[in-house]
Design a protein around this ligand. Structure first.
Ligand code: B12
Ligand code: SF4
Ligand code: SF4
Length: 387
């Protein structure tokens, strides 16, 4: 007996949708996105959380986060055509814990995600390929790809698409992958049905909150960026507040502590000795880089974002934290750097290493008011100016 026309239409639509969603998952896997999920776009129930976070200054200098915040809550404002989001997770190598005494060897630490070519470039290329596959199947489809930059609360959409749960460190976590993956999205003018929100698996654990060296994490999925080492070493452009400098240890680009201590992440981490020089670079060698040297070494890396002045500022702080007299020579040379921010942090570091002779000599010829202030503070002649 023939099926009623309406039922046939429903079955055809269902079949199309199911095969489209399967096809999307297959494209994702083919391109190396180990996680893939979807959800319909709606207004996120985060307006009061996000506005309170901004109002408390937790975005620090990241002004772009505060620009038209409602766009991040309601994606239909910037993109009226968008109906669903495809959320993707792309894995990266977890950090290998250092086997070296960094103070002795004067080695810095970089966050694991910074190894190799900048992930933005790699993922953007893959998203283009993804879109080409999608458009083959759906000609005329409207799409908008994203990775990291843009008015999307990426973790929230990934959470709603079933990619993982919000850890108490605010990272998106997956049972099999921990949090060692980047997120990317494609907004589409299609209706895609997802699998819903996954359950959380932090339980009573609070290790990330307890072990954060700067107390940047608070209960309730709150990260206070102005205290976070990742923010201070990458996004923050000016002087690092004095009180926080000793807490940076040897982190010179990003920070992985709240991920490294997470029990969901500990099963990863095969020794990657090939990454040793990239993730634990020699601090004196970095402090010796001029603009050309910095460009040659980091132009294609995520580290490029910190710029030379930001990275060398961080390197000076790490050398100051080393408690190793071998750091004095490179820091003395940095007192003659053309960039006042670097000279100022070198002065702080030499003060911490109690090398007053080089500070007094530098004071005789230093013209820049901010560096003079650092030199005087390092000599113990004035209280440290706090940001
Ligand atoms: C700004 C930014 C930062 C800032 C601020 C971080 C932060 N937590 O906001 C700084 C520079 C500190 C930073 C650091 C890092 N970042 Co970052 N960052 C971003 C960026 C560009 C925006 C994040 C944002 O909007 N923050 C605003 C605040 C309000 O959002 P939130 O902290 O995520 O808050 C959410 C939760 O609190 C949750 N929430 C609130 N209440 C409740 C209640 C319940 C019940 C639940 C479940 C959730 C919940 O909702 C909030 C809004 O979504 C995103 C990319 C993007 N466009 O989304 C990458 C991104 C979040 N960063 C990423 C990474 C890898 C890092 C670092 C690991 C890098 C490093 N090694 O140094 C660290 C991790 C620090 C940490 N613990 O978060 C990845 C995270 C991937 C993942 N698996 O989670 C992202 C997604 C980039 C990407 N495309 O891959 N980052
Ligand atoms: S990235 Fe480091 S400083 Fe920032 S919240 Fe995590 S442990 Fe704390
Ligand atoms: S360390 Fe513990 S509380 Fe923090 S994200 Fe991991 S499981 Fe959750």
């Amino acid at each position: 007996m023939p099926l009623p026309a309406v039922l046939t239409r429903i079955l055809v639509c269902y079949h199309k949708a199911v095969s489209l969603e399967n096809a999307i998952r297959a494209y994702a896997a083919r391109l190396g996105f180990t996680l893939c999920g979807f959800t319909r776009l709606s207004v996120l129930p985060r307006a009061s959380f996000f506005n309170a976070w901004l109002a408390q200054g937790f975005a620090g200098e990241m002004q772009y986060l505060a620009r038209e915040p409602q766009r991040r809550i309601d994606p239909h404002i910037p993109f009226p055509q968008a109906r669903s989001v495809i959320c993707l997770g792309f894995p990266y190598s977890p950090p290998v814990l250092p086997q070296v005494n960094w103070r002795h060897e004067l080695r810095g630490r970089m966050a694991a995600y910074a190894a190799g070519t900048d992930y933005h470039a790699i993922i953007q290329r893959k998203l283009k390929q993804f879109i080409a596959l999608l458009k083959d199947q759906q000609p005329g489809l409207w799409v908008r790809p994203y990775v990291d930059t843009g008015p999307l609360l990426e973790r929230d959409w990934a959470y709603r698409s079933g990619l993982g749960w919000f850890g108490k460190n605010t990272m998106l976590l997956h049972k099999a992958m921990g949090s060692w993956f980047f997120l990317a999205e494609i907004l589409v003018s299609l209706d895609l049905e997802g699998e819903g929100i996954p359950s959380a698996h932090c339980g009573t654990c609070t290790r990330c909150l307890d072990d954060c060296p700067t107390d940047a994490l608070a209960v309730g999925y709150v990260l206070k960026s102005p205290l976070c080492i990742s923010y201070l070493t990458i996004e923050h452009r000016g002087p690092i507040p004095h009180a926080l400098r000793p807490k940076l240890g040897n982190w010179i680009f990003g920070c992985d502590i709240c991920q490294e201590v997470c029990p969901w992440n500990t099963k990863f981490g095969q020794p990657r000795h090939d990454l040793m020089d990239e993730l634990f670079p020699s601090l004196p060698a970095l402090l010796g880089l001029d603009e050309d040297g910095f460009r040659a070494r980091f132009r294609r890396s995520a580290v490029w974002r910190a710029k030379r002045r930001g990275l060398l500022r961080n390197v000076a702080v790490a050398l100051g934290n080393s408690d190793n007299p071998a750091a004095v020579g490179p820091l003395q040379a940095a007192l003659r750097d053309p960039e006042p921010l670097i000279r100022g942090h070198a002065a702080w570091a030499l003060g911490r290493l109690a090398h007053t002779a080089s500070l007094t000599t530098a004071l005789d010829c230093e013209q820049d008011a901010s560096v003079r202030q650092e030199l005087l503070t390092a000599l113990g002649e004035q209280p440290a100016p706090e940001a």
